[in-house]
Write a protein that binds this ligand. Sequence first.
Ligand code: SF4
Length: 407
Amino acid sequence: GQCTHWCPSGAITEKDEIDKVLQAIEDPEITVVVQTAPATRVGLGEEFGMPIGTNVEGKQVAALRKLGFDTIFDTTFTADLTIMEEGTELVKRVTGELNKPTPQLTSCCPGWVKFVEYFYPDLIPNLSSAKSPQQMAGALIKTYFAKTQKIDPEKIFSVSIMPCTAKKFEAQRSEFSSADKEFKDSKATADVDVVLTTKELAKMIKKKGIDFASLQDEKYDKLMGEGTGAGVIFGATGGVMEAAIRSVYYLVTKQAPPAALWNLTPVRGLTGVKEASVNIPGLGDVKVAVISGLANARKVMDQVKAGNASWAFIEVMACPGGCQYGGGQPRAAAPPSDTIRTQRSNSLYTLDKNAKVRNSHENTEITQIYKDYLHAPMSHLAEEILHTEYESRANTFTPQKSGSKLS
Ligand code: SF4
């Protein structure tokens, strides 16, 4: 994968990880909660002989239930939540209400975040403080979910299924431990205990002899199981930007975004650097850029650093094409190609097009979590649980022996 070099996973073997999850599932004292990233549903099927890009959302849920996971959530829910938090942050930066620079840079790709910490520490203030969808879900599983279900967070084991090997590193960052924000004396540690890649999930399904192709579709569990079309396109390059624009429009105007913003085609597709300009009444023309691949990011960040950038918001994904072709996604069906990337991305855009709800701010479980728990985007509690800080690693970079190429 493009990003495996960011994952200091020498100590983590695949077998340990799968065994840890199986052990937790077998322990009757432990509630095992799992979340699945937007991208896994358009990759997993290939491991079971299905056509490239097949959407297996419902079968994936059914397989996870058969494997014994107690609660199955959709990371797409926290993708929507990321939009609410990161969108609000963007508006506050642009209006000057928040004393932080523009362009705001997305923070949901750990390969990219680490790249900034190593090579562009001057731009750390530009990174959105919003945690990634994986880490928001992990934090909420050990706080909101634990509280709602009256379960001691120390008895919750939280697993995520990701298209990505860098997500393993992200989950281990020491700042991602939130249980004590809700339960004062809790000793629960990581918000996400184990990250499995899509390929590792396929391995588990095969190991247990589950006939994946013949599974009936099932649904995610309630509370954090609803995702919108905006959330699901997080899995393709440009998706975060498109989702953000729809909800920023709403946050500023309190009106539904116009039709053109429901298909923001300039930010779709596999071009390494894409741009768009969107007029949002009250904010004016908002210029945005979308980058996939870290070599492309370098070029654009040099411009930002030199003060030559007029963008308000920049999305960066380390993997060319975005998460749908991340290092943890199946590769067996065909050799890597842009055709596969396009097929998987199109499958995500079809999910969006057909979704009943296409805007993050209209997700009913998002409305509910703000009403019942978080109060408002960037409230004190939201800041505590859903936002984070970054640190310069400029002096700690040592090129690794293999795979140390940067893009
Ligand atoms: Fe992981 Fe997605 Fe970033 Fe690739 S683009 S490193 S899959 S988060």
